[in-house]
Design a protein around this ligand. Sequence first.
Ligand code: TXA
Ligand code: MG
Length: 320
Amino acid sequence: MAVIGQDISQAKRILDAGELVAIPTETVYGLAGNALNPVAVASIFETKNRPSFDPLIIHVPSLVEAENYVNDIPAALRKLAEHFWPGPLTLLLPRKSNIPDIVTSGLDRVAVRVPDHPLTLELLAQLDFPLAAPSANPFGYISPTSPKHVDAQLGDKISYILDGGKCKVGLESTIVGMEEDEVVVYRLGGLDISEIESIVGKVIVKSHSSSNPQAPGLLESHYAPTKSFLLGNLETLIAEYQDKGIDFAVLSLAQTFPAVPVGNQIALSPQTDLKEAATHLFAAMRTLDESNAVVILAELMPEEGLGKAINDRLRRAATK
Ligand code: TXA
Ligand code: MG
């Protein structure tokens, strides 16, 4: 098991040595290594079991620092950075040559963000390099939103987890770039599109395709529990599985079901607050994945605000 602690100097020593540390962010925990060191980046892929064609986000402490690694930030994206960094926004920007190919999988753009977490911002400020960090889960599995989640799955492969508590957003960052003069969203995430549009006007959303060459990581099947995960109307699904006599667990937005044992159901937000639901989503999926049930029955959220990003994760988690 890894050591879980709040010692920034220790995290820095490990990273300076080219090894990996799990870091807290407001979205999900990241598996971080020196982004300028191709060997450190390669060990991120190895530790996650991630196909190496999938590019990584680099994390920097500020917009000013970001400019050391990117060229010509388009005006619209600069505005977004100024408004939302630190925060759950990743920008795809033309990369400088100091960013190794292994970070971008050879693409011309590098993904950059300033995470909103005091420990990680302090750590980044002390380092001489940006941190490449994908979510700290084995490839294809649910992203971790607490140190415990990281330890459960990667604890035998890394030595240190920087403990920043539970993630306050709970969904990965929203990924944004430009095509011609248009702002494009490639991954729905913790920053709601309406907030982005309030700064730069209408955007195009391209996050649905299963094999988006701009973001190979946006695979159709992702964020997936190991159990069967079925989406639909909960009343109907529950009746069906009761009839079949198969043990199930239930993931709902707000409703609870008297016929289902308390330990086998989780309501993400009894107040139907979608931000609250987002913060609980991944932890709830893990808890139910560890239950005795054979299948997990879940419902989609209203398609508004963060509901869209939650639904994106639920659809990708669903058994095909
Ligand atoms: O909130 C987050 O973004 C978290 C925290 C740790 O920062 N990170 C995260 O990283 O979710 P990851 O690797 O799990 O997802 C990054 C996504 C992938 O789908 C990848 O394909 C896409 O970003 N991506 C990264 N660099 C890219 C690039 N240069 N061009 C296009 N897509 C890119
Ligand atoms: Mg991920």
